[in-house]
Design a binder for this molecule. Structure first.
Ligand SMILES: [Zn+2]
Length: 405
C-alpha cells in the first residue's frame, strides 16, 4: 500500500513536470507577463512581414517583423531575419549589433549559434571587414563542418585575397559534400584554382613547381585554357620549344574557339623549329573549319602583311569585318593595310560600305551569368566572381547563327 502510494506520487510528479516543461517551452516570462512563443509565427505581423519580404519591400517588412518579434518575446529566428534586413538596407553596423546580441543569449543551441555566426560573417563581409568575416565563417565550420554557405563564402574571400591554397582546400570540401553528377563543375573550378597556384609559382620563377601545377590543372579539367597556355609558356622559357608547340596545339584541338590565344605564341615559336609555313597553314585550317573565325583571319592578315602581301591581307580583313564589325583591332589593321597600299579609293569605299551602321566597342566580352561586360576575355568575373563565364559578344550579321549571342 505504502509502496503503491509512493509510485503514484512519483507518477503525478512526473506528469506535472512534463506539463510544466511543455508550458515552459511554449510560454516565456517577459516584462512580468507570460508570452506565447508560438504567437510570433501565428500573428498577422509575421505573415505580413514575410509578404513584404517576398515583394522586396524591406522597410515595411522590418516594421511588421519587429512587431511580431515583440509579441512573441523576441524569438531568435525573427531577430536573425531582422538583422539580415538591416544589412540588406546597408545598415551594417546595426546588423552586426543585432546579430552580436543574439550570441549573448544563454540558451542558444549549437546550430542556432552557427546560424547567427554565419549571418554575422555576411555582415562583416558586406561592411568590408574581411578578417572578421573570415574568422566568423571559420567559427561556423567549427560548429557545423558541412555548412556549404560558410564554405562558399570562405572560398570567395580566399580568392579575393589571392590565398589560392586555402581557396583550393575549401573548394575540395565543397566538392566532397556534393553529388557525383555535380563533380564536373567542381573539377573545373579546382582546375582554375590550381592554375592560379601555378601562376604564383611562376612569379616566384619556380618553373618545375609551376609546370606541375599547370599539368594538375589540365588533369582536373582538360579544357582549362589558361593552364594550357601557361604550361606551354613554361616549356618555352625552359627552351623546350617542341613541347611548348605541342601544348598550345593541343589547346586548339580541345577548344578551337580559344585558338587565337595561342596565335602570337605559335607564330613566334614555329620559326624556332625551322617551320615558317606552319603558322599560315594553321590559320587557314581554322578559317576552313570555323568560317566565323575572324581572329584567325586577323592573325593571318598581319602575318601576310609582314611578308609583304598587304592586298591579300586586306581581303582577309574585309571578311573578318563582315564576321565582327565591332572589333576595333580589325579596323586598325585595315587602316594599316590601306595605308601600306597608299589609300586606293575603291578599297576605302569598300571599307566604308562594310562598316556602315556598325556600333563600335573595343573587343566586347560578356559574362553569361551576370551580363557583366568586359573589353577582354576574363577567366573569373569581377562582378559575380564565377569562373569561366565570359563569351565573345557579337552583334554581327554573321552567317553562322550559332556563333552569335
Ligand atoms: Zn559575372
Amino acid at each position: 500500500m505504502e509502496g503503491s502510494l509512493t509510485l503514484l506520487a512519483v507518477l503525478i510528479a512526473l506528469l506535472a513536470g512534463l506539463a510544466i516543461g511543455k508550458a515552459w517551452e511554449r510560454y516565456k516570462l517577459k516584462d512580468g507577463r507570460w508570452v506565447d512563443r508560438r504567437r510570433g509565427r501565428e500573428s498577422p505581423h509575421y505573415i505580413l512581414g514575410l509578404n513584404f519580404l517576398v515583394a522586396s519591400q524591406i522597410d515595411p517588412a522590418i516594421d511588421e517583423l519587429t512587431k511580431a518579434a515583440e509579441l512573441a518575446g523576441d524569438p531568435l529566428e525573427i531577430r536573425l531575419i531582422l538583422g539580415n534586413l538591416y544589412r540588406e538596407k546597408g545598415q551594417v553596423g546595426r546588423a552586426i549589433q543585432e546579430h552580436q546580441s543574439l550570441l549573448q543569449r544563454p540558451s542558444i543551441r549549437k546550430l542556432e549559434h552557427a546560424n547567427v555566426l554565419l549571418c554575422l560573417g555576411l555582415d562583416y563581409k558586406s561592411g568590408g571587414f574581411v578578417d572578421r568575416a573570415l574568422s566568423a565563417f571559420t567559427d561556423v565550420l567549427k560548429l557545423d563542418p558541412d555548412n556549404r554557405y560558410a564554405l562558399s563564402n570562405l572560398e570567395k574571400i580566399y580568392e579575393e585575397q589571392h590565398q589560392w591554397d586555402d581557396a583550393y582546400k575549401t573548394r575540395q570540401r565543397l566538392a566532397a559534400l556534393d553529388d557525383p553528377e555535380h563533380q564536373t563543375a567542381h573539377l573545373a573550378i579546382l582546375g582554375f584554382l590550381e592554375n592560379e597556384r601555378g601562376t604564383q609559382a611562376l612569379k616566384r620563377m619556380e618553373y618545375s613547381e609551376a609546370a606541375g601545377r599547370f599539368e594538375a590543372a589540365i588533369e582536373l579539367d582538360a579544357t582549362n585554357t589558361p593552364a594550357q597556355l601557361n604550361l606551354g609558356d613554361v616549356h618555352f622559357y625552359l627552351g623546350d620549344v617542341a613541347a611548348a608547340i605541342q601544348t598550345w596545339e593541343r589547346l586548339i584541338e580541345r577548344s578551337p574557339e580559344r585558338a587565337y590565344l595561342t596565335f602570337s605564341r605559335l607564330e613566334g615559336a614555329y620559326p624556332h623549329v625551322g617551320d615558317t609555313r606552319r603558322f599560315p597553314e594553321l590559320c587557314r585550317s581554322l578559317i576552313a573549319g570555323f568560317p566565323q573565325d575572324w581572329r584567325a583571319r586577323l592573325a593571318l592578315a598581319r602575318h601576310l602583311d609582314g611578308q609583304g602581301q598587304p592586298r591579300e591581307a586586306l581581303d582577309l580583313l574585309f571578311d573578318a569585318l563582315v564576321q565582327n564589325p565591332h572589333a576595333l583591332s580589325v579596323h586598325q589593321a585595315i587602316w594599316q593595310m590601306l595605308s601600306h597600299l597608299q589609300l586606293p579609293t575603291a578599297l576605302v569605299d569598300q571599307y566604308i560600305d562594310l562598316t556602315r551602321g556598325a556600333i563600335f566597342y573595343a573587343d566586347p566580352h560578356i559574362c553569361v551569368r551576370c551580363r557583366y561586360r568586359s573589353t577582354e576575355l576574363l577567366w573569373q568575373c569581377p562582378n559575380c566572381h564565377e569562373w569561366n563565364t565570359f563569351v565573345e559578344e557579337r552583334i554581327a550579321p554573321a552567317k553562322d547563327t550559332e556563333a552569335t549571342l
